[in-house]
Design a protein. Structure first.
Length: 244
């Protein structure tokens, strides 16, 4: 068992640092995009709602699986008067897709994910039981994302990187204008994703990080699937789990 598989990928006990706090501390700038982070379900997945001045928005990795979590999304979307255009899953693990049925029923967005994750996605209810969760049948994807695709909402553009290693179907979403990347469970603050789950592969995970994350500028903000925001520069210098 590798060090990656022995450790916890993030510290559940520490206080989450908001993106606003990170931006203030590191003097990064987010250009005309508002990012709301929710921490949902027992596994504390980071669910992101991205929006801009047009009112169009996307939900990334809806982990909501309780009524009070659903209500948090409903209240935020209503307060901001958002139109949810897309629902995007960075990968098909149950903690990142548990809210798909509710979000689709509530907002009717197009569901976007990578096709390679479908074998796991189709077994969502079985995986949910293993984690003590109850979920409805998953909605079918409207479109499969692939390397190089660009997801556009409002005035925003998210470039898709295919980044297997944590599991098949894993993607990252990169905003060039805002210098930020949403990485799912590929990399965390001073840690990396597990590779001991079905279709995980340590060599592929390290390759994805090396080729798709560490090639970005140091100041690019990393928004992970769990835990606090970080930056490419910090992980390049300090992450003890990267193979150099």
């Amino acid at each position: 068992m590798s060090p990656t598989q022995r450790k916890l990928p993030f510290n559940l006990l520490k206080k989450h640092k908001s993106l606003r706090e990170l931006v203030r501390e590191s003097k990064l700038k987010i250009v005309n995009m508002e990012i709301k982070t929710f921490h949902f379900n027992p596994i504390m997945v980071n669910t992101y709602i991205l929006s801009d001045e047009t009112g169009e928005a996307v939900i990334v990795d809806p982990g909501n699986c309780q009524m009070y979590e659903d209500e948090q999304i409903r209240e935020y979307v209503a307060a901001k008067k958002l139109k949810i255009k897309y629902l995007i899953n960075t990968h098909p693990h149950i903690d990142h897709i548990a809210g798909n049925p509710w979000c689709v029923a509530e907002y009717h967005p197009q569901v976007l994910m990578h096709e390679a994750g479908m074998p796991i996605y189709k077994k969502a209810r079985a995986y949910a039981v293993a984690f003590g969760l109850e979920v409805e049948n998953m909605p079918e994807p409207d479109h499969y994302l692939k390397e190089g695709d660009v997801v556009t909402f409002g005035n925003q553009h998210l470039k898709v990187f295919y980044t297997p290693g944590h599991c098949d179907g894993s993607i990252c979403l990169y905003s060039t204008d805002n210098k930020l990347i949403i990485t799912g469970d590929l990399i965390f603050e001073l840690s990396v994703g597990r590779s001991d789950l079905p279709t995980g592969n340590e060599a592929l995970l390290q390759q994805s990080i090396r080729e798709k994350i560490l090639t970005l500028d140091d100041e690019v903000t990393i928004l992970s699937g769990h835990g606090d925001p970080t930056t490419v520069g910090r992980e390049r210098k300090e992450n003890p789990y990267l193979v150099r």
